[in-house]
Structures are given as structure tokens and as C-alpha cells.
Design a protein. Structure first.
Ligand code: SF4
Ligand code: SF4
Length: 422
């Protein structure tokens, strides 16, 4: 039994599949190219790529065909029951597809949208941005999520190109170009071994040098497991795997969050938006946070690969989490079907007792299931690797978040917290 129109349906479309022009050392998606023949292109898909500036073979693999693009845009719009339809373009690196691909997507959106409000966001490493792209992004009102990990030293530690060279300067140039053209953007920053020990330098770089208003933090945690097909990262059920060296440690993550929170809560509430802090306040208020990892249930945003295959989540693009293909299975059947419903519920249903009885459950909800590979003190599986860090963070921010919640409930702005604790 599924309820097709009970909630918005989100699909992250991988226009260029797992292909990327960079080789960020902590990337979990690039190695999807090894995963299954289904993620390699058909001859039709190969023929659809028109960007001749890319290396021949590299440019041809993993490209969404024009016929698939049209089917996807049509079906996605028709299935949405909300007035606004949001398209999300992800990678790999989605800008490996030529601008003509996205112009075509917009034409299909206009044709099949028939006057509905259509929004687009694109998550990019920024290195392929050009003035022509910026004009398009501005004129069409697209939101750009740009990946940057902080200062040059922090960013270049892992975000390198195919030659192993740092990409920071190109990304900063891209941000300035977006700003010059008036394109709306936000920053997606991973927190990893190279930047976790410098929280203030990290935060003030985004605030004071990039003038970033929306900062999305994402902790890097991967485990190593070598596979015969060339992949090197572990899945949730793999046991006894070493933590990858670029990962954050739990206590480091907790301290990092505390330190930037202390700066934010005194100076920037209402001016700068940090996803973890917003989600924490939402949890305290009893409303759904904007990020799946802190929600009670998840699985509301599926991934569609370039060949039309749909998976449960960006972090679960593995054969056992394949829901079907957009050309042969309906999107609502996949998104609201039994398999994805079970995936959604697992986040809540698999919580160990330690989480169910935790003081911070309202804001944490056991965080992301992909990181639940620890055992609790009494031996129960399913504890999140970052748990110890979250306990440090929630304990530290509780008085401030209590205050902010009370202000909001009283109809006053939460920004009063900036002067309440001096
Ligand atoms: S598994 Fe993690 S990343 Fe995927 S939808 Fe659930 S919380 Fe989000
Ligand atoms: S802080 Fe730890 S115990 Fe509490 S809900 Fe989060 S992961 Fe579970």
C-alpha cells in the first residue's frame, strides 16, 4: 500500500552519473563507476553527449540521454502535488554536461510545467563554471550549492583534480563569478581530518571572506573495505573496517560544532544560517528539520542515476537499494512503494535503546543510519559513530537553544539570544 501524493517527492538527478573532473580523496561517489554494469552507458547514452571539450572516453560515460531527460522532467512534474516543483541536479559533477543539456531541461520544464512554478538547484565543485553558465544560472534563477572546505590549506588537503593539484583558487574564483553575476549560492563544506581542528578559522573564512549566508556542514566519515571490482569503501553491514584517515573523529566533530556555535550564537543568528544549528533548533521545537540526517524518518529524497536507475538515497547507491528504473517502473511506485517505505522507517525502527532513551533524541534521531556501525555500552548494534560528538554538542548548546525556542514560542525573534548570555 502506498500513498502517492501524501508528501513532496524529491529526486536528485545525476545528469553526468558518477563522473567528475576532480579526484577529492574522500569522495564516496566516484567509485560508483565500478559498481554495476547498469551504471555504464548504453550506446544510445554514449551518443548523446555533445561536449567535445571533455576527454573522449571520460566525456561519454555516465551521461543522461535526451529521451530519458524528457521522460524524467515530464513524469516528475506530473507527479508533484505541490504548486512548486524543485529539480535538483547532482553528481559526480553535473557541470560535466554541457549547458545545452540544462537549457533543454528548462525547455522541457516549461513545456510540461504549463505555468507551474519550477525551481532548480545544482550542486557543483565550481571548477567548470563560466560567465555563460553564470548568465544562465542568474537568468533562470537557479540556486547553486558550491563545495568548498574552507581556507586554501583546508580545501586543498583533499579536494584535488586529476593531476593531484589543489582546486581552491578555481573554486574561490567561481564564487566571485557567481557573486558578480548575482547568482544565489550556498556553501557545502565537508568537515574532515584536515579542517576539524581549526573551527574558528574555518567559520570566519566563510563569514568574513566569502560573505556566505548559508553554510551546510557535512562530516566526513568513511571506512575502508577493498572490493574485487575496484571499490575501496565499506557499506553499512561491513564489519571490522578501518576508519579512513581523512574522517573526523566523534569528539573532534563535537568540539568543532561547539566552537563555531559559540561564535555564531553571539554574532550571527539571523544573519548566517548553518544547517546543523537550524536543525537542532527545529528538533527542540518539535518540527521537522531541513536535513534528513536529523529527522525522525528519512528516505524522502531518492537518487536517479544517468541511466534512469533509482536508488533509496545518495549514500545507498548499491544494488540492494535499487528501487527500479524510471523508464519501466513509475516514480510513485518506487518512492512510496514497500521497499522505500521500509528504508524510511529503518531510521527510527533500528534505533538502539541507548538512542531511544537519550535526552537528545529529539534533535539527533540517531543521525544517519549509514554511520550506525558501533555497538552501545550494553552490546546492542546500531549506535552512530559520531554519537559521542553529538552528546558534547547538544549538552553545550542546550541552554542557548532552550532560550531561542522560548523566544520563538513567545513570538519574539530567536536573535535575542546574541545578547542574553553576556
Ligand atoms: S540514510 Fe542518511 S543520508 Fe540517506 S536519507 Fe537517511 S539520513 Fe539521509
Ligand atoms: S546523541 Fe547518541 S545516543 Fe543520543 S540519539 Fe544521538 S546517536 Fe543516539
Amino acid at each position: 500500500m502506498y500513498y502517492p501524493y501524501a508528501r513532496p517527492l524529491y529526486v536528485m538527478a545525476k545528469a553526468a552519473g558518477p563522473l567528475c573532473n576532480l579526484r577529492c580523496q574522500y569522495c564516496y561517489y566516484l567509485e560508483k563507476q565500478h559498481l554495476a554494469p547498469s551504471l555504464n552507458p548504453s550506446p544510445e547514452e554514449e551518443g548523446s553527449v555533445t561536449d567535445k571539450s571533455l576527454p573522449p572516453r571520460e566525456g561519454m560515460r555516465g551521461a543522461m540521454s535526451d529521451s530519458l531527460l524528457e521522460s524524467y522532467v515530464r513524469d516528475y512534474i506530473q507527479l508533484q502535488q505541490t504548486p512548486e516543483v524543485l529539480f535538483t541536479w547532482h553528481g559526480g559533477e553535473p557541470m560535466l554536461r554541457p549547458l545545452s543539456f540544462y537549457k533543454q531541461a528548462v525547455r522541457y520544464q516549461q513545456y510540461y510545467g504549463r505555468g507551474r512554478q519550477i525551481s532548480n538547484s545544482i550542486q557543483t565543485n565550481g571548477t567548470l563554471l563560466t560567465p555563460e553558465w553564470c548568465r544562465f544560472l542568474h537568468d533562470e534563477g537557479w540556486l547553486v550549492g558550491l563545495s568548498i572546505d574552507g581556507t586554501k590549506e583546508m580545501h586543498d588537503a583533499y579536494r584535488v583534480d586529476a593531476k593531484g593539484e589543489g582546486t581552491w583558487q578555481r573554486v574561490v574564483d567561481a564564487i566571485h563569478m557567481l557573486q558578480d553575476y548575482g547568482v544565489e549560492w550556498n556553501a557545502m563544506a565537508t568537515v574532515n581530518h584536515a579542517n576539524v581542528s581549526q573551527p574558528l578559522a574555518f567559520y570566519t573564512f566563510f563569514r568574513d571572506e566569502l560573505h556566505c549566508q548559508f553554510l551546510q556542514l557535512s562530516p566526513v566519515v568513511e571506512r575502508i573495505r577493498h572490493h574485487s571490482d575496484g571499490r575501496h569503501l565499506a557499506q553499512l553491514f561491513d564489519e571490522n573496517c578501518a576508519i579512513a584517515p581523512y574522517s573526523v573523529k566523534p569528539a573532534e566533530w563535537g568540539k568543532f560544532l561547539c566552537d563555531i556555535f559559540d561564535e555564531w550564537v553571539r554574532h550571527d543568528v539571523g544573519e548566517m544560517f548553518v544547517n546543523v544549528f537550524d536543525a537542532t533548533l527545529a528538533g527542540w521545537m518539535g518540527v521537522a528539520p531541513g536535513i534528513c540526517v536529523y529527522a525522525e524518518e528519512c528516505g524522502h529524497a531518492v537518487v536517479m542515476e544517468h541511466n534512469g536507475d533509482v536508488y533509496s538515497c545518495d549514500h545507498f547507491v548499491f544494488p540492494q537499494y535499487r528501487l527500479g528504473n524510471i523508464l519501466t517502473n513509475g516514480l510513485p511506485q518506487m518512492v512510496y512503494g514497500e521497499k522505500q517505505t521500509a528504508f524510511s522507517r529503518l531510521k527510527k525502527d533500528s534505533l538502539p535503546r541507548q538512542c531511544r532513551e537519550c535526552l537528545w533524541l529529539k534533535a539527533c534521531h540517531g543521525e544517519c543510519p549509514r554511520l550506525r556501525f558501533l555497538h552501545t555500552a550494553d552490546g546492542e548494534p546500531g549506535l552512530n559513530y559520531l554519537c559521542a560528538g553529538y552528546k558534547i554538542f547538544f549538552q553545550h548548546v542546550a541552554p542557548y537553544i532552550d532560550f531561542m525556542r522560548n523566544e520563538l514560542l513567545a513570538g519574539r525573534p530567536a536573535s535575542g539570544v546574541m545578547t542574553a548570555f553576556v
